[in-house]
Design a protein around this ligand. Structure first.
Ligand code: TA6
Length: 294
């Protein structure tokens, strides 16, 4: 239990749900819940606003699989593994991360840093030494900094994503702006990559990758009369996913009608946007979320 070392940190409380450790952060700007399972942020609620994030009512909290929703960390690969039998979206979201520190910043935000490191088990899956840190800053914004430390004397290649489940009123009233000009790969259709010319709608179902997309994006959540701004650094890809009414039926931890409650807009470096982390150096993927009313 992480509480022993941090029980006196202002605004931080610790508890468990089934077998999963939860860290709750509360400050004058917002509150958040972070789990050590996969280093995943499960909730971020600015004062006088609704939660930015969605978590499934049917999520599993026994540690046997990642909690469905919040911000899963996909690393050191995004999507299907190259090798049979390895988990999709990498293996760190199935690991218990260690709480390294909680700190109060001068701007009033609270910082929570979690780490996960290579060991004999991870090296059976992926034969490299690494330290992966997630620094979460909970304040007026929600900021995530995912730092890959390459502890090897050789370069390593990774793909990665912060697979964020945004809570929305209804995907049929959602438009994603800012992906125009990127290279669109539609994973639901077997069509050739094409330049994304328009803003992106997500109904009836969407599973699309946008490569060479390094700029800001914005999710217009018309039903909730809010917009969610996504700023990022060191990311060349975005992914937009909503299973829709049919594909959702294949997920035991998503209720059949729950496709109406979320849209994933994921920030990372995926498919061809591979990141090479030079020997004994590091790379940080950063994303910042801000909710604008109206
Ligand atoms: O990011 C979109 C996606 O790759 C979809 O294809 C779907 O598989 C989704 O992620 C959820 O994947 P998961 O392994 O978390 O069930």
């Amino acid at each position: 239990m992480v509480a022993e070392n941090f029980k006196n940190v202002l605004g931080a409380t610790f508890n468990k749900r089934d077998g999963v450790e939860l860290i709750k952060i509360e400050n004058k700007y917002s509150s958040a819940i972070i789990t050590t399972l996969g280093g995943s942020v499960l909730s971020y609620t600015p004062k006088h606003q609704q939660d930015l994030l969605w978590v499934s009512k049917s999520a599993v909290y026994d540690g046997s699989k990642p909690i469905r929703g919040g911000i899963p960390v996909c690393w050191p690969w995004f999507g299907k593994a190259d090798e049979q039998g390895l988990p999709a979206h990498g293996f760190v979201r199935n690991m218990i991360w260690q709480l390294e520190k909680i700190e109060q910043y001068d701007n009033g935000a609270t910082g929570v840093t979690l780490v996960c490191e290579s060991d004999s088990e991870t090296k059976k899956i992926w034969p490299y030494e690494f330290k992966l840190s997630l620094n979460v800053q909970v304040g007026i914004y929600l900021t995530l900094n995912l730092t890959t430390q390459n502890l090897n004397d050789q370069d390593i290649e990774i793909t990665e994503a912060l697979h964020t489940y945004f809570s929305v009123d209804d995907p049929r009233g959602v438009v994603v702006q800012g992906l125009e000009g990127s290279i669109h790969i539609d994973k639901l259709e077997d069509s050739a990559p094409e330049i994304q010319r328009e803003t992106v709608e997500v109904y009836p179902a969407k599973d699309s990758v946008y490569l060479d997309q390094a700029g800001k994006a914005l999710i217009e959540d018309k039903g909730n009369n809010r917009r969610m701004v996504i700023e990022k650094r060191n990311s060349r890809s975005s992914v937009v996913w909503n299973p829709g009414p049919e594909i959702v039926k294949g997920f035991t931890d998503i209720d059949d009608d729950a496709w109406l409650d979320f849209v994933c807009v994921e920030t990372g470096n995926v498919l061809d946007d591979v990141v090479t982390v030079a020997a004994n150096s590091e790379h940080t993927l950063s994303v910042q979320y801000l909710i604008l009313a109206g």
